[in-house]
Design a protein around this ligand. Structure first.
Ligand code: FCB
Length: 445
């Protein structure tokens, strides 16, 4: 059976600055929280850092040529704030800005749409030293940084993403401490959430008042929350998980409030002391699209002894190399629930993909499982479209293997293989398959 996509469907591929660029001390780049975190022993698998990564900073022309060869229509990259200012705040670093001007020019010349994320977790360390996202001033610096990038690239970048996965940055970085900046503190987490939301709203407002006519939105990591039973407590537990991970970000952006269920728990009750008058209106700006990163679902059950009152139930189904359950129908369910709860806002899958162990064989990578994974998720997305969801595009995570945060280089998500010794790129079978999907605009079961 053929699953045919809408004519103007935007097929893309995504990366992020710290994960691919390398060139960590080139042309005036200053350290980010990820440089500090990765260089602190014990934080990242085998002490891997993004110092060199895929060397995309020096090889972007080769990479853009590869994107073109595969027929990829849009490239989602992120801008390293650490390249834009020498002090993280106001002193411009022209060389850093030029890198992104050159990248965007190269993409345009090759007919690929540039889609830029402003914050994909690499906060300048110098700002972390002043409290990071828990400091309200960081939101001001961010808005200024955004204005610099709008002026530099605004004529050519057709879509802007203010933040990538603020939930992961807030919780994994500031509550669990297993990502940069490596903090474990609830109040810092709450302030981090609110100041990122505030920066998002201010930035959207600024862009809408500018002369630029591209689109602006935000990318959230969203998972649907299931229960194994129809037991009332389990259902409540699933609502808490949904509140913490999804609605804590969806609701302020799209409804101008934080979810009551969280504000009423110990976990969220301090939020009222952080929010200042007018903040929620500022956050609640009309966005042009919502970006969704989908990797898996959660299955939740009640646990009285857990401070959050819920546990995640491990599943026996097939898993990726990350240990994440493969659950394509969760994407369809999620997309439909967004439409039901938040209306008909245009949606993009800004990340979806899978890590598997890849073994090159005579210069080829037969990554059948990755192809299967993508195919089944594309089909789930198409079913959601048929069921009325306004899904406009799909970015595979990732264009190439890269630095997978705390997992270092051990986990490969790319449709292009990167040999970290030689930095040579090799197109995997999944990329060849994806090129066909793009060309045909359909996928087949
Ligand atoms: C997401 C991140 C992205 C990548 C994937 C696997 O949470 O946005 O950078 O690491 O997970």
């Amino acid at each position: 059976m053929k699953y045919i996509f809408p004519e103007d469907f935007l097929w893309g591929a995504a990366t992020a600055s710290y994960q691919v660029e390398g060139a960590y001390d080139t042309d005036g780049r200053i350290p980010s929280v990820w440089d500090t975190f990765s260089k602190t022993p014990g934080n990242v698998y085998k002490g891997h850092t993004g110092d060199i990564a895929c060397d995309h900073y020096n090889r972007y022309k080769e990479d853009v040529a590869l994107l073109k060869k595969l027929g990829i229509k849009a490239y989602r990259f992120s801008i390293a704030w650490t390249r834009i200012f020498t002090d993280g705040k106001y002193t411009l670093n022209e060389k850093g800005i030029n890198f992104y001007k050159n990248l965007v020019k190269e993409l345009k010349e090759n007919g690929i749409k540039p889609v830029a994320t402003l914050f994909h977790w690499d906060l300048p360390q110098i700002l972390q030293d002043e409290g990071g996202w828990a400091n309200r001033k960081t939101a001001e610096y961010f808005v200024h940084y955004a204005s610099v990038m709008f002026n530099a690239l605004g004529e050519d970048v057709c879509q802007w993403i203010t933040f990538n996965e603020p939930a992961v940055y807030a919780y994994v970085g500031n509550l669990y401490g297993t990502h940069a900046p490596g903090i474990k503190n609830l109040e810092i987490t709450q302030k981090t959430i609110h100041n990122m939301m505030l920066a998002h709203g201010e930035t959207v407002k600024l862009y809408k008042n500018s002369q630029f006519r591209g689109q602006i939105g935000i990318t959230l990591n969203l998972s649907p929350n299931y229960t194994d039973s129809s037991n009332e407590e389990d259902i409540k537990a699933a609502k808490i998980s949904e509140g913490i991970w999804n609605k804590m970000f969806l609701d302020p952006v799209l409804k101008g409030k934080y979810p009551e269920i969280i504000l009423n728990m110990d976990f969220g009750k301090n939020m009222k002391n952080i929010i200042k008058s007018g903040d929620m209106e500022t956050i609640n700006q009309k966005i042009d699209f919502l970006g969704i990163n989908y990797y898996s679902r959660n299955v939740i059950k009640w646990n009285e002894n857990n401070p959050l009152k819920y546990d995640t139930v491990p599943q026996n189904n097939e898993k990726t190399a990350m240990g994440w359950e493969v659950y394509p129908d969760g994407l369809r369910v999620l997309l439909k629930s967004i439409k039901k709860d938040y209306g008909d806002i245009p949606l993009y899958i800004t990340e979806n993909g899978a890590a598997y162990e890849d073994t090159p064989e005579n210069g080829e990578i037969h990554d059948k499982k990755r192809t299967e994974f993508l195919k089944n998720h594309f089909i789930a997305a198409k079913k959601a479209i048929d069921e009325g969801v306004n899904l406009k595009g799909y970015y595979v995570w990732s264009f190439m293997d890269n630095y997978e945060w705390a997992e270092g280089y051990a986990k490969r998500f790319g449709i292009v293989y990167v040999d970290y010794e030689t930095l040579q790129r090799t197109v995997k079978d999944s990329a060849k398959w994806y090129a066909e999907v793009i060309k045909n605009n359909f996928t087949e079961e």
